[in-house]
Design a protein around this ligand. Structure first.
Ligand SMILES: [Zn+2]
Length: 252
């Protein structure tokens, strides 16, 4: 049985308690020349569905919520058909989702982030004092072992390409057409050295919108990476399902 809310019918869920909800948060943006605009949203949705299924096999009810297709892409708006929502708008959406879930006795909400521009920590810090549930953020692409890849890359690189080759190969353009994801470096010393930060200007930093060379990606690497991420995220959800907000720490 699916654990994806958008595919479920009322009788399938009304009599159960759902202690944990997983909310995938994606984006609508160009991904080099070979991956679709919905890459982040699709990967978030798929990982959430697999996590919920893995938890069901352990007899823990985790509900995968519909994926949010819009993320923060304020520095890519010069790339055609990039769609962006502001962090302030994300805060309002998240507040309403938390409020809705509170009616349904959800104990923990995991934000399954799939897009680097989504700065969800600030939102969680703001909502935390009033949220009647535990809030957690997982950047799904950080939950697996990057050693699987030659160079995981940042955006439409080997990791995301491998994941899409596994999840939706029919949406990946033929390999000969892939851009190399080569990037230019910042003119600022602090940014290059990593102690200063500025948002990327995507149309200046790379020719194909990609950051990271995708060409070593394979479906097999994607399958292995996603399986590992799913195992770890499922374990996190299972721990959250019984966590007591008064005893979140223990002695070493
Ligand atoms: Zn992406």
């Amino acid at each position: 049985m699916t654990r994806e809310l958008e595919r479920m019918r009322w009788p399938e869920l009304r009599d159960d308690i759902w202690p944990v909800a997983l909310m995938p948060w994606g984006a609508t943006e160009a991904h080099n020349t070979h991956l679709p605009y919905g890459t982040d949203t699709m990967l978030g949705r798929e990982v959430a569905a697999r996590v919920a299924t893995a938890c069901a096999a352990r007899h823990v009810n985790v509900l995968a919520l519909p994926a949010m297709p819009f993320g923060v892409n304020t520095t890519q708006l010069d790339v055609p058909m990039t769609l962006s929502v502001m962090p302030s708008a994300q805060l309002l959406v998240l507040r309403d989702i938390v409020h809705s879930l509170a009616h349904h006795k959800v104990r923990a909400l995991v934000l399954l982030n799939a897009h680097g521009g989504n700065e969800l920590r600030a939102l969680v810090r703001e909502l935390h004092p009033s949220a009647p549930m535990l809030l957690s953020i997982v950047n799904w692409w950080q939950a697996g072992d990057h050693g699987i890849f030659d160079n995981a890359g940042d955006h439409a690189g080997e990791l995301e390409t491998a994941a899409m080759l596994h999840v939706a190969p029919e949406l990946v353009a033929p390999i000969g057409t892939w851009g190399d994801g080569a990037t230019r470096e910042s003119v600022f010393d602090g940014v290059r050295e990593g102690w200063a930060w500025m948002p990327r200007r995507w149309s200046q930093v790379s020719a194909d919108t990609g950051v990271g060379d995708p060409r070593a990606a394979t479906a097999e690497k994607g399958e292995r990476f996603i399986a590992q991420a799913v195992r770890r995220i499922a374990e996190h959800c299972i721990q959250l399902s019984t966590a007591d907000s008064q005893t979140l720490y223990r002695d070493r």
